[in-house]
Design a protein around this ligand. Structure first.
Ligand code: LLP
Length: 856
């Protein structure tokens, strides 16, 4: 008999629609000549309810009748949905009521009772499921899994009843018992019995483990874990919509990803399938047609590669400092025995001559109040302990990671301004883990993921992104999507098509006006200066001047572009490494000058005599969508570091110059609203050295969402945070210098399709212009939405790389884009090109970049 084991989790057994899927899958497996053994969890939420009922008994507040009535209603309602008689649950409900009443009477809520009570969830869900499958004409009898899964002896009552383990050697008796003339079997996850016949639980993630035990004991062909996500991903897809499906993993890699924080599989379920050499499949009950992840017991033998980023938060770091350890015998044994005595399981370890640092994972340790204080006190005789709470680990997981450390250099640079508490390279060569401050994790993971996976072609390991799988309506034509998202260009399609006789950037006047108006509604900000570098189109500058914006310029050319129409107090000059002649000209013309180095004042003091200046500081940590646009921190060429301020003050005093403003711009494309308030606090503190400061200029950097699923910058939150700053330091006016935020969305690039190509698995759509017009994808891996404007209403049928005519492989405007059936001559629209599009274009290959025109 060829078995397959299918496990369905809580959400997969809670509705009639999901049960219909279960029926279909069982029938399909049977049709393929397999005998399915279906393992089910309790309906979602039921285990928690049962656990709370036991807690209530322990607290002397048990109400068995109320608990049972509620469970009874829940199951009766699903029974009605399934079209089966609720009476199939009666025996289990009555048994549960008896147990609960007895326990309440005796005030007994120990592990044995808890196991018996919690088992009711699985017993009930499988009773309903068996009746449903029978009604569908499938001969899938209900099986009490306790007949087959017998727990091994384990020390301690709690472990014995609540976290039991079972053997997983092949079990001829079980094979014989289940080899009947049936279409399959339906049984419970999470529960087993002990040698004495009492019910025990398999601990957290127990249903996955049940399925793995059964698969191993039955020598099944596969163990299928059906859940509410369609497989394992390169990162948490709910956080990163660009997370890629992992099509294939080795069992050790899956184990590592599961252990390092991903919640799809419980790490315990992998050992049995590994020992029995059974493939494990992760599939999604809601979308059964999706391929899912195949975890293979055999090494794939492919090249070393990072396959996932896993994160664990809420870790505790314990640093053990000692001078006595150097070449001493037994320090580690002494220190670690303290952890053992305090019942702490250690997770990561890093050692040096005088310090050992470890982490404790709260999911493996009960870190109750006082537990850490007690640990610290007990460690003190052995070393000088220090405990840091609220740290997080970021693990890059994949086989053979040691062999590709050199490839990770750009990735590790992301950590340059982080406090990295610990780095650990796993002894099994499956992960590299960094422990950092928890509040940095979300941002770091997004950026790491971009560097590691964005734009990588699909292959046998990396599948589609979560966003591709679950775009609100994956096949919806572009116009519907654009309309929903309120894109201006969908409404202006005819006008745009008429402009597309050659490659063109088009700017939309009304969208520019709306942005200028919105930014000026920030009540905490005194003045807004548009960063001209984002887009210096003359008509745009005139529009912004009329709307009351000032301008931030970084070169004599930019100054010239706005000077005539702009009063001096509405113009900022913020050059970087400008030559003496430029500085002399700017100061001579009375421009408001931002100084960002000591050299000019120290070497050319005569230029600064009596000047009122702004000074650009480096707050020490950059932010932004890519390393190239982070403009603060150790390796950035911008700003003066706070330690240099006393020297600066002296140099300025010597030439009678005054500092009237402080400035910082930490980077570009930032979506976290707290950024500017952090900058403001930093500047306000630095301003204590300069009593004449009136203005804190917080720079630009306000991001716009580019990738599907990214949320826009919350302008209200930004305003609220800055309002709090103003309250704390009322004497400073706050200024902003946004570029991108004001113009990005208002611009699109239009280019006609020149030809199509297929090579291997890939399809290319070529357009008339490429990185010579829009360099951002090549330079930053930036994402720009691309639609076929000619066929805006047609369904999306193909996936292609959109490329330009420039002689570089980097000349790719978009990877793996969904398009309608696209033909030569169609007009493609590349969205969000109003900022840093035309202004960064070039004549590379002596091809003219697209010109920019204003519409409306
Ligand atoms: N202020 C200063 C001093 C700046 O250096 C910049 C941009 C801004 C304001 C405006 O930043 P925004 O609000 O636009 O983010 N080419 C890159 C962006 C480089 C930004 C350079 N400095 C890109 O295409 O993403």
């Amino acid at each position: 008999m060829r078995f397959t084991v299918l496990k369905f989790g809580g959400t997969s057994v809670s509705t009639a629609a999901r049960w219909a899927t279960i029926g279909d899958v069982v029938a399909a497996r049977r049709g393929a000549g397999l005998l399915p053994v279906v393992v089910c969890s309790a309906l979602s939420g039921v285990s928690n309810e049962l656990s709370a009922a036991v807690d209530a008994i322990a607290a002397g507040a048990g109400d068995p009748d109320a608990v049972v009535a509620s469970l009874s209603r829940r199951h009766a309602s699903l029974a009605r949905e399934l079209g089966v008689d609720p009476a199939v649950c009666t025996a289990e409900i009555d048994a549960l009521l008896r147990v609960l009443r007895g326990a309440t009477l005796l005030c007994e809520a120990g592990p044995k009772v808890r196991a018996r009570v919690m088992a009711a969830g699985e017993l009930l869900s499988t009773r309903l499921g068996a009746a449903f499958l029978a009604a569908r004409g499938l001969a899938v009898p209900w099986l009490d899994v306790r007949e087959i899964l017998v727990a091994e002896e384990s020390a301690g009552e709690a472990r014995h009843f609540l976290s039991a383990t079972c053997g997983f050697a092949r079990d001829p008796a079980a094979i014989a018992r289940l080899s009947g003339d049936v279409d399959g079997w339906l049984t419970q996850g999470f529960i087993a019995r002990d040698r004495g016949g009492a019910t025990v639980l398999l601990g957290r993630g127990g249903s996955d483990t049940s399925a793995a035990y059964l698969a191993a004991r039955l020598g099944a062909e596969a163990c299928e874990i059906w859940t509410d996500v369609p497989g394992m991903f390169t990162a948490n897809p709910r956080q990163i919509p660009g997370a890629r499906l992992l099509r294939a993993l080795e069992v050790e890699e899956a184990q590592e990803i599961a252990a390092a924080g991903a919640k799809v599989l419980h790490p315990r379920c992998l050992a049995p399938v590994k020992a029995a050499r059974i493939p494990l499949l992760v599939k999604c009950t809601e979308h059964p047609h999706l391929e899912g992840t195949r975890v293979s017991p055999d090494a794939a033998g492919g090249s070393a590669q990072v396959k996932a980023i896993a994160v664990r938060t809420g870790l505790v770091l314990v640093s053990l400092e000692t001078l006595g350890m150097w070449q001493q015998v037994g320090f580690l044994a002494d220190a670690f025995s303290v952890f053992k005595a305090h019942d702490f399981s250690i997770d990561l370890v890093s050692t040096s001559e005088t310090n050992v640092t470890v982490t404790l994972d709260p999911s493996a340790n009960a870190i109750g109040p006082g537990a850490l204080d007690a640990l610290e006190a007990a460690l003190r005789p052995v070393c000088t302990p220090a405990i840091v709470q609220g740290v997080a680990s970021i693990s890059l997981v994949g086989r053979g990671i040691r062999g590709i450390l050199h490839q990770l250099a750009p990735v590790l640079r992301l950590f340059e301004e982080q406090r990295v508490y610990l780095v650990s390279q796993a002894a099994n060569d499956l992960n590299l883990t960094l422990v950092v401050d928890q509040e940095q994790v979300d941002r770091l993971v997004v950026e790491l993921h971009g560097l590691l996976f964005a734009g990588k072609a699909k292959d046998a390991t990396l599948g589609p992104t979560w966003a591709e799988l679950f775009a609100p309506a994956p096949q919806a034509p572009n116009r519907k999507r654009a309309k929903r998202e309120g894109a201006w260009w969908a409404a202006e399609r005819d006008a745009l098509l008429a402009l597309a006789d050659r490659p063109r950037f088009v700017l939309h006047g009304p969208t520019l006006d709306r942005a200028a108006e919105a930014i000026q509604r920030l009540s905490s900000v005194e003045a807004v200066f548009y960063a001209v570098k984002a887009n210096p189109h003359p008509a745009l500058l005139a529009r912004f001047a009329a709307a009351g914006l000032g301008f931030e310029c970084v070169s004599p050319g930019e100054v010239a572009a706005v000077r005539a129409a702009t009063p001096t107090d509405r113009l900022l000059y913020t050059p970087n490494f400008a030559a003496r002649s430029e500085v002399a000209a700017a100061l001579g013309a009375g421009l408001r000058f931002t100084l960002d180095n000591l050299h000019p004042v120290e070497q050319w003091p005569e230029l600064f005599r009596g000047a009122d200046l702004h000074v650009r500081l480096d707050p020490g940590r950059g932010r932004g969508h890519h390393a190239h646009v982070r403009t603060a921190g150790a390796t950035s060429k911008f700003g003066i570091s706070p330690e240099q301020l006393p020297a600066l003050r002296e140099a300025l005093a010597a030439c009678g110059a005054r500092v009237v403003g402080l400035h910082a711009h930490v980077g570009s494309g930032i979506l976290q609203p707290e950024t500017w308030a952090e900058t403001a606090s930093f500047l306000a503190e630095a301003a204590e050295l300069f009593p004449e400061v009136e203005v804190l200029d917080l720079g630009g950097g306000l991001g716009v969402p580019a990738r599907p699923g990214q949320r826009p910058l919350d302008l209200e939150a930004l305003d609220a945070a800055l309002t709090a700053v103003r309250r704390a330091w009322p004497r400073y006016a706050l200024w902003l210098e946004p570029g991108r935020w004001l113009v990005s969305e208002a611009g699109v690039l239009l280019a006609r399709v020149t030809q199509l190509k297929r090579k291997g698995d890939l399809t290319y759509v070529g357009v008339e212009t490429g990185m010579n017009s829009l360099i951002r994808p090549a330079l930053y891996g930036a994402f720009h939405d691309i639609v076929n404007l000619t066929r805006l209403d047609e369904p999306l049928e193909m996936v292609a790389n959109v490329v330009g005519p420039i002689c570089e492989t980097g000349d790719t405007l978009g990877f793996s884009r969904r398009l309608p059936a696209t033909r030569e001559g169609d007009v493609l629209l590349i969205a969000h090109t109003g900022a840093y599009g035309r202004s960064m274009s070039s004549w590379y290959n002596l091809r003219d970049p697209a010109e920019e025109v204003l519409l409306g």
